[in-house]
Design a protein around this ligand. Structure first.
Ligand SMILES: *[C@@H]1O[C@H](CO)[C@@H](O)[C@H](O)[C@H]1NC(C)=O
Ligand SMILES: *[C@@H]1O[C@H](CO)[C@@H](O)[C@H](O)[C@H]1NC(C)=O
Ligand SMILES: *[C@@H]1O[C@H](CO)[C@@H](O)[C@H](O)[C@H]1NC(C)=O
Ligand SMILES: *[C@@H]1O[C@H](CO)[C@@H](O)[C@H](O)[C@H]1NC(C)=O
Ligand SMILES: *[C@@H]1O[C@H](CO)[C@@H](O)[C@H](O)[C@H]1NC(C)=O
Ligand SMILES: [Ca+2]
Length: 532
């Protein structure tokens, strides 16, 4: 009797799995399954579709003034070097070649392109940087293609950044002569093997002169690198995904937040630069195609453009720009990216709610390990990271204090006390970050002195100041000592220097002068008191 629904269910699940693997892989994050006992959700590793990323890039072209047309100028072409009828004028919409022409959707077959000034300063190099920033990690899924009108550069570097432009790495070198330009042997991506598939190479494929109209494109070959594993038509993308899982650095090779095109020498149209016609040397780019998907760690299948930024629509109870952490209250286990394996649907590695059940031990993401302490009958987090400590990594280590505006699971929740070693008693501080100061020191970090003290690797009582005045014309040096005129000595220059045989400096005078100093101090105090 019970057999039929069970078989039906099995069939449904099998059918569903077939359906999912026939549809593009990893498109679905969760699926509603009806069972006998109600509806339940199944979860899958999922990723957004590739997009034309040029539409979302912020672009910078350096140096300033490299774009042609200000002032207006005419330029020639390699095909017709003495017929210089083309004009660039930034103030005339019909003759301008602004930056956005590298990223526009061209309509009516009209080619639009950005153009640089020409090489009038030869032999000084004509160089330009074109930087594309997404403020989001993206993963290349197809070739990067840059289209040059009027000839491809003879020397160029493509660079990438993985950290929002803080550090840059070469991605591919391009030159008509790799040895001469970069001291690198020339390679083709087609010649790379399984072990060298993510090598940074120099290629001569796209820099040689072939007539400016014939070959306009420069590629960064993503497909050919995938093909090393997936076959020529990329039929076995599963193999590429397996490689992503198994080989460290392989997925990162295709991941980036920024790209930079460093144009180092324009097309020459021949072997030499003709000094008498420098108006035919310049850069002109009509399109930069970057096809990629948002990096969402296999926890989202939608990436949207909100407030001018790309953002994964995180599922599986994850959150963050790249779905890189578990949502609050879903941190029973530490976060993991979804996994492509096992195929065809992968492992979703969903974040689950922190339950009260025995064995669940919240560590706020500061530890991956819990251990059971038998004689206390408690679970406790092991090796808390990020300067935390405690059963749940919920406290800050000594020498650190809690940032009260940060969540407990923030990596930077504990801030170093940073007490001034010379001014403070020890390197610990109270909950608001105040250090404990030695005598005379003050301030949040004990790096300041109270009035009446001076700083010299710690605070010391003033030797001289407005109250403790240097006598006999002496001057007070940084509250540390009196500089006495010759003939006087003593802490406040109160003693005449005595020659051994000098009668005027008997002890009486010394006592007398000390008496006068005391008297002056007293009178001063009186004056101050009566002033009040
Ligand atoms: C281009 O960027 C590189 C760093 O990647 C820098 O060294 C160089 O000066 C820049 N060139 C121009 C023309 O801004
Ligand atoms: C970059 O993205 C982050 C996270 O979405 C956002 O907080 C930040 O404001 C963005 N920066 C810019 C310059 O838009
Ligand atoms: C995430 O949490 C919601 C409740 O906020 C729950 O309905 C949903 O099933 C959870 N999803 C996963 C993948 O755990
Ligand atoms: C404390 O955390 C908040 C929120 O994350 C952050 O904006 C702030 O800069 C942090 N304060 C310090 C002193 O690090
Ligand atoms: C930390 O110390 C400062 C200075 O002594 C004090 O004003 C503050 O109240 C203390 N904070 C706490 C939480 O004890
Ligand atoms: Ca264009």
């Amino acid at each position: 009797m019970d057999l039929v629904p069970a078989v039906m269910l099995q069939l449904t699940v099998v059918f569903l799995h077939c359906l999912l693997s026939v549809m593009a892989q990893y498109d679905v994050c969760q699926y509603r399954v009806s069972r006998e006992d109600g509806v339940s959700l199944e979860f899958y590793a999922c990723q957004p579709k590739p997009m034309a990323m040029k539409e979302y890039a912020r672009v910078n072209v350096d140096p300033p003034g490299i774009t042609c047309g200000d002032p207006p100028a005419s330029f020639c072409t390699h095909e017709n070097p003495y017929l210089c009828s083309d004009e660039c004028d930034a103030s005339n919409p019909d003759l301008a070649h602004p930056i956005q022409f590298m990223f526009d959707k061209e309509q009516h077959g009209l080619t639009t392109y950005w153009q640089s000034v020409s090489w009038s300063k030869y032999p000084q190099p004509l160089t330009a940087n074109i930087t594309l920033s997404w403020n989001k990690s993206i993963e290349l899924t197809d070739d990067i293609t840059i289209t040059f009108e009027y000839g491809r550069p003879t020397v160029m570097i493509l660079e990438k950044s993985l950290d929002y432009g803080r550090t840059w790495h070469p991605y591919q070198y391009y030159a008509d002569d790799c040895l001469e330009a970069f001291e690198m042997p020339a390679r083709k991506v087609q010649d790379l093997t399984i072990s060298s598939a993510n090598r940074v190479i120099c290629t001569e494929e796209y820099s040689r002169w072939a007539g400016s109209k014939n070959q306009k494109n420069v590629h960064f070959e993503v497909r050919n690198r995938f093909a090393i594993f997936a076959g020529r038509e990329l039929r076995n993308m599963g193999n590429v995904y397996m490689k992503f899982e198994s080989t460290k650095g392989w997925k990162e090779f295709f991941t980036l937040t920024d790209l930079r095109l460093r144009l180092l020498r324009p097309a020459l149209g021949g072997t030499y630069v003709q000094r008498d016609n420098l108006n035919k040397y310049f850069y002109a780019i009509s399109n930069i195609e970057v096809t990629a998907r948002c990096k969402c760690n296999l926890h989202a299948n939608v990436c949207s453009f909100k407030d001018n930024n790309l953002q994964c629509e995180c599922q599986h109870n994850t959150t963050g720009q790249d779905c890189g952490k578990c949502k609050k209250n879903y941190r029973a286990k530490s976060w993991r990216p979804g996994s492509y394996i096992p195929l065809p649907n992968g492992s979703p590695n969903v974040c689950s709610a922190a339950g009260q059940a025995f064995g669940n031990c919240e560590c706020y993401g500061h530890s991956n390990r819990c251990s059971y302490i038998e004689f206390l009958n408690v679970m406790t987090c092991v090796s808390c990271k990020h300067n935390t400590r405690g059963q749940h990594c919920q406290h800050c280590r000594l020498g650190y204090y809690r940032n009260t505006s940060a969540e407990l699971d923030d990596e930077n929740v504990c801030i170093e006390c940073n007490c001034n070693p010379a001014g403070s008693l020890h390197d610990r501080c109270n909950e608001t970050g105040f250090c404990v100061c030695k005598e005379g020191a003050t301030g949040f970090k004990c790096d300041d002195c109270l009035p009446g003290y001076y700083w010299k690797q710690g605070c010391f009582p003033n030797v001289c100041d407005e109250m403790l005045i240097c006598q006999n014309g002496g001057t007070c040096y940084q509250n540390q000592r009196c500089i006495c005129p010759s003939g006087y000595k003593g802490i406040l220059c109160e003693q005449p220097k005595c020659e051994a045989a000098d009668e005027t400096c008997d002890t009486a005078t010394v006592y007398l002068s000390s008496f006068f100093i005391l008297l002056t101090a007293l009178i001063l105090q009186l004056v101050i008191v009566t002033d009040y």
